[in-house]
Design a binder for this molecule. Structure first.
Ligand code: BGP
Length: 477
């Protein structure tokens, strides 16, 4: 619907920006840190773009004060970052590493001293390697207890100062890439194992949320879900049904569990029919029901357009990790849906659809289905940026963010409760599989795949644009 006038963003709206430990920190083995599965995975030849890794990343570990100073000057209201589990429990789940805890104390205090709200992610994909070696990580039930122990440790340490917690980041991505596509660690291609690991992740997520609520702390907690709403390619009923299938399988299969504590029956039936049901215990469902989030975190980048796919139709596709436009091979799930080209939207150089209306749709669907407040925990544009005489003219990023922020305002006007908007990302950083050339930040970091150079920071044009937007609380959109 079209509105005659848009509502203002609420007072205290969290205009933020985000990062993740492995993608920014570097210092991969400093101050007692243990290895995570990503530290190991990136060393396997051929796994990442040009063999890039996060050993140094953008050296946020040593330069966090400089980075927070840039945030403060910009007027940023919230900074979302993740804690590296392997800094806190480097070698086993019994011994805590005080230096690891201290690093995040310092970061949180620096943010608070600059009136920036910390939004802390517990898990952004970097499970300690020893948990993978000891018992196959997420594939074992033991992860539920260990993740809760880790979560409780950081809740108790930082809970007096942190008001927003993100439990698992994009469970749907780390599980499907890790156990179906084999593009993330542990690089398994086995749907049965995927659904089992996923079930444990669900219970671990709910157990951590339940634990948080039991501690009587003042903040809010929820997961961050990577939501790409599905569109049918046209009005053929089979294609509309395929879009329904897509959302059931790729979205509600996760978000229903978070918000309602139950799996959607259509997909549960499909799993049963295909002998893919995970092993569950009755008490798992008690935990799922008891560990409900306070908000739904949403990472939104694009929509997915789909059509019907026969039982002998296409399977897993090949995403574009090179930045060569048009190199994506779209995939699907036989008998369920297949992804097709949406001719109505522009694409990035990595073939991601640019679709701000899709963000409004995503927010409205979540609002209608779950009635939860929403925190946008990621949204942004990965592009090649050029440093020219100390400047970066990223007008394309300004356009992208401007249109998406406007879509958020439209959703708020529609009646959706949105707590904040975190862009991805604050500084440039390591893109897991796409190296350093795919940049997202407001702050350019001068490094590339071949060398960390001096890691000098430069403010992009988008930095100043966001500064103005925050000053005006979005009134200038
Ligand atoms: C999300 C992740 C982020 C980030 C972002 C951009 O899925 O939570 O960590 O990487 O996507 O993705 P990419 O780096 O693949 O372009």
């Amino acid at each position: 619907m079209q509105h005659k006038k848009l509502k203002d963003f609420p007072e205290g709206f969290l205009w933020g920006s985000a990062s993740a430990a492995y993608q920014v920190e570097g210092a991969w083995d400093e101050d007692g840190k243990g290895a995570s599965v990503w530290d190991t995975f990136v060393r396997i030849p051929g796994k990442t773009f040009k063999g890039t890794n996060g050993d140094v990343a953008v050296d946020h570990y040593h330069r966090f004060k400089e980075d927070v100073a840039l945030m403060a000057e910009q007027g940023l209201k919230a900074y979302r970052f993740s804690i590296a589990w392997s800094r806190i429990f480097p070698h086993n789940m019994q011994e805590v590493n005080e230096k690891g805890l201290q690093f995040y104390d310092d970061l949180i205090d620096e943010l608070l001293a600059n009136q920036i709200e910390p939004v802390v992610t517990l898990y952004h994909w970097d499970i300690p390697q020893y948990l993978q070696d000891d018992y196959l990580g997420w594939e074992s039930r033991q992860i539920i207890e260990d993740f809760t122990t880790y979560a409780e440790t950081v809740f108790r340490r930082y809970g007096d100062r942190v008001n927003y917690w993100v439990s698992l980041n994009e469970q749907n991505i780390f599980i499907s890439h890790g156990y179906l596509m084999a593009t993330h660690p542990p690089a398994v291609k086995d749907p049965k194992r995927m659904y089992q690991a996923n079930h444990h992740a669900n219970v671990a997520n709910a157990a951590a949320i339940k634990k948080y609520h039991s501690l009587g702390l003042q903040g809010k907690i929820g997961p961050s879900f990577a939501y790409s709403p599905g569109y049918p390619i046209d009005a053929r009923p089979e294609n509309v049904l395929a879009a329904e299938n897509f959302d059931e399988m790729n979205a509600y299969f996760w978000m229903d569990v978070y918000a309602k504590g139950e799996y959607p029956s259509v997909i549960w039936n499909w799993l049963e029919e295909n002998k893919l049901l995970p092993e569950t215990l009755p008490e798992d469902f008690e935990v799922l029901k008891a560990g409900k989030p306070d908000f739904m975190g949403v990472n939104y980048y694009q929509t997915s357009t789909v059509a019907a796919n026969p039982l002998d139709g296409v399977g897993i596709g090949t995403p574009n990790y090179s930045g060569e436009k048009g190199s994506t091979e779209r995939g699907g799930t036989p008998g369920v849906f297949k992804e097709v080209l949406n001719p109505f939207v522009e694409k990035t150089n990595w073939d991601w659809d640019i679709d701000p209306v899709g963000l409004r749709i995503a927010l409205r669907r979540i609002n209608s289905r779950y009635g939860l407040p929403i925190l946008i925990t990621e949204n942004g544009l990965g592009e090649y940026d050029k440093l020219e005489e100390g400047q970066i003219h990223d007008q394309y990023r300004i356009d992208y963010l401007n249109d998406h922020a406007k879509a958020v305002q439209e959703a708020i006007t529609d009646g959706v409760t949105v707590l904040g908007y975190c862009t991805w990302s604050y500084t440039d950083l390591l893109s897991w599989l796409n190296g350093y050339q795919k940049r997202y930040g407001f702050v350019y970091v001068d490094r590339d795949e071949d060398s960390p150079k001096e890691l000098k920071r430069y403010k992009k044009a988008s930095y100043y644009w966001y500064k103005e937007l925050i000053e005006q609380n979005g009134k200038n959109l």
